[in-house]
Design a protein around this ligand. Structure first.
Ligand code: SAH
Length: 430
């Protein structure tokens, strides 16, 4: 078992995640992202709209980067939140305009891999050029090293230095003065009881905040030429309901599903045939309050259907009064009678919370459905027309559904297994 529970690298990442939960940054950049372990956790924090990783070692990044791809639920239940993930190969000692103006930049166990001359460049690039609102820098605290069992020299063979708390503080204060930041010094990995004061945390962390807020960024280098020195390795845009095509697809699924459900409910009422949904409605919600938008979160699907059924009937009666087509036998189709059921959009809108949420208003719903080949609207556009029997769906329609599904990217959705995380040398040895 390691010296720390949870393991130290987990505690460092958790520190960042707790910060993200508190401050809700929209644009986050992880410097020295390596195999994207931290990024893979951050992508679940959907306040983040842009998540970027940078590492000098493209081979490490490419190893596990596909684990950042959306998983099937991201496609099946797209979120309103937007998320773009980008990975770059490049050095923190070089500037690139695409990484400016972030809300948070993290540099977890990176600076000790740089020469001191490169640390100077790092400071200039990160604090002087990228000018993020907040920066989290973690690095080993060498005051703590005597407590690490079996450690000889540095904690990792590639470390160029390991700073005491005083050295880290002196660098941090200089950065603050030079580039207009303030810093809070803290850390993770508690010392043994009674020793914390004397040696501090195993990993020391500086949390920097830019003074002067957002305005300061705009003052910087406005006229400077844009530099692009990094190579883009990976870029993915998560499905979001902000994308009109995705919104329509999700809305369509809901409309088709609910229209069919309401149709069955109505048919059961008209014909006295047994309908499972209806039975459930009777058991759970009939006679109860009619479904209202404000109560959507507490209604079960069944009670909604029951209430909608009642409401639909009312609307239907009114429409019938106006001579509107409803439950009408159409022309005999060879030896089979085909009938159509009309489900008013107003009913769909008020019965199905997701439909109302996605469309916003009945007129919007009509607009969104108008050019939709999978949905037939009545002539005045006020209702969805359904065949009486579901199997009336013809072969062409089925082909279309299949093509839609294949187009939608479901085929590409996959989930990569969780990756093993890199251990520091001394952690591997104890
Ligand atoms: N941040 C990760 C990995 C730390 S290891 C974690 O928390 O686990 C340090 C990483 O910094 C390595 O992946 C290394 O390739 C990268 N690195 C080293 N020098 C760099 C430089 N000049 N620019 C960008 N990344 C660098």
């Amino acid at each position: 078992m390691g010296l720390f529970t949870p393991a130290l690298h987990r505690q460092r990442h958790q520190f960042v995640i707790d910060f993200v939960k508190r401050k809700k940054p929209k644009k986050v950049l992880d410097l020295g992202c390596c195999e994207c372990v931290l990024l893979k956790q951050l992508k679940f924090h959907r306040e983040i709209e842009l998540l970027v990783g940078l590492d000098i070692d493209g081979v490490q990044v490419k190893k596990k980067m596909h684990g950042l791809a959306p998983i099937s639920t991201d496609y099946l239940q797209p979120s309103y939140d937007q998320l773009r993930i980008e990975l770059y190969q490049g050095s923190v000692t070089e500037k690139d305009a695409r990484l400016r103006g972030f809300d948070l930049v993290t540099s977890i166990e990176l600076i000790e891999h740089l020469t001191l001359a490169d640390v100077e460049l790092f400071s200039e690039v990160v604090f002087g050029y990228l000018t993020p609102e907040a920066v989290i820098v973690s690095t080993p605290n060498s005051d703590f090293n005597p407590f690490l069992p079996g450690l000889v020299g540095f904690r990792h063979s590639d470390h160029k230095f390991e700073w005491t708390r005083a050295e880290f503080k002196s660098w941090a204060m200089k950065v603050c003065l030079q580039y207009g930041y303030e810093v809070e010094l803290t850390g993770v990995g508690q010392a043994p009881p009674g020793q914390q004061e004397r040696v501090g945390f195993c990993s020391q962390i500086g949390v920097f905040h830019r003074l002067g807020g957002k305005e300061r960024y705009n003052m910087f280098d406005e006229d400077a030429e844009d530099v692009f020195s990094y190579t883009l390795l990976y870029s993915i845009i998560y499905p979001s309901l902000h994308d009109n095509n995705i919104l329509r697809r999700v809305l369509m699924c809901e409309v088709v599903y609910w229209a069919e459900k309401l149709k069955r409910r109505w048919i059961a009422e008209e014909t006295g045939e047994r309908d499972d949904t209806y039975d459930l409605c009777q058991a759970e919600g009939e006679g109860g309050e009619c479904f209202r938008a404000s109560e959507r979160h507490v209604d079960t699907e069944e009670t909604q259907t029951a209430a909608c059924g009642a409401e639909m009937k009312t609307l239907v009666d009114q429409e019938e009064g106006d001579g509107e087509l409803f439950w009408t036998p159409s022309q005999p189709d060879s030896d089979k009678w085909r009938r159509r059921v009309s489900v008013p959009l107003a009913v769909l809108w008020c019965c199905c919370p997701k439909v109302s949420l996605l469309s916003g208003s009945v007129s919007n719903l009509r607009l969104l459905l108008m050019d939709e080949p999978r949905v037939k609207l009545s002539q005045d556009g006020s209702a969805v027309l359904l065949n009486h029997q579901e199997q009336d769906l013809d072969d062409d329609d089925e082909e279309e559904h299949r093509a839609d599904f294949e187009d939608s990217g479901y085929a590409e959705a996959r989930q990569c297994p969780p990756s093993a995380e890199p251990a520091e040398d001394w952690e591997a040895n104890v």
